[in-house]
Design a protein around this ligand. Structure first.
Ligand SMILES: CC(C)(COP(=O)(O)OP(=O)(O)OC[C@H]1O[C@@H](n2cnc3c(N)ncnc32)[C@H](O)[C@@H]1OP(=O)(O)O)[C@@H](O)C(=O)NCCC(=O)NCCS
Length: 180
């Protein structure tokens, strides 16, 4: 499916829902076609309804072995163009992952979607009561670094990932609830 320029149709944010089955399966197929399997997408043997239920349990902190994570999907018209997630806690094992993850489908990149998705996700984090977040990305992921800094995150340091051995950039941001 051709994805229209971001300026044509505003992005809308939604939580994972069963009615988005067709949109999600088409979205996921594009990542697979580009050889970019996403850790958070359904397991091979997992049907869509079970996946949505699992994300719901994770968002309520009811999935054993997982910290609470809120997942958001972003639609342009009927097309799913990206996703993000907020980890509500960062135990040491997840410190390298940071509080927020985001991805844009390959054919929608380079048109401002990633920047807008992170902006909308930070708004959700504020509404969820977060006041300060840690974000990370591979140092060689220039697009991600730009998305993060364009959203007002402050560079903290470049470290060597204990998990991948690659350089990792760490950022922080303070969130402020708007008055009124
Ligand atoms: C990172 C990602 C979300 C960016 O999404 P996007 O929709 O392309 O982002 P934007 O269009 O808002 O672009 C933001 C900036 O990055 C630049 N950019 C986009 N793709 C780029 C690329 N491949 N190389 C270098 N710069 C790139 C854009 O030109 C823009 O810079 P500008 O503001 O100076 O013009 C997307 O590439 C993606 O999903 N990657 C795979 C998953 C991932 O890496 N997630 C982040 C994990 S921390």
């Amino acid at each position: 499916m051709a994805v229209a320029p971001v300026s044509d149709t505003p992005l809308s944010l939604t939580v994972p829902a069963l009615v988005l089955s067709d949109a999600f399966l088409e979205y996921r197929a594009e990542f697979e076609a580009h050889d970019e399997p996403q850790f958070w997408h359904p397991r091979r043997d997992e049907v869509f309804s079970a996946y949505v239920e699992r994300l719901g349990r994770v968002s309520r902190g009811e999935e054993p072995g997982f910290v609470r994570v809120s997942t958001f999907w972003f639609l342009r018209g009927a097309s799913l163009v990206g996703e993000s997630r907020i980890r509500h806690e960062l135990p040491p094992a997840l410190a390298e992952a940071g509080h927020i993850g985001f991805a844009v489908r390959p054919t929608a990149r380079g048109a401002g979607v990633g920047t807008r998705i992170l902006q909308m996700t930070l708004e959700q984090a504020t509404l969820l009561g977060h006041s300060s977040l840690l974000l990370t990305c591979d140092s060689d992921n220039l697009a991600s670094r730009k998305v993060i800094t364009k959203n007002g995150c402050h560079f903290l340091e470049r470290v060597l990932s204990a998990e991948t051995g690659k350089e990792l950039d760490r950022y922080s941001i303070r969130l402020q609830r708007r008055a009124g």
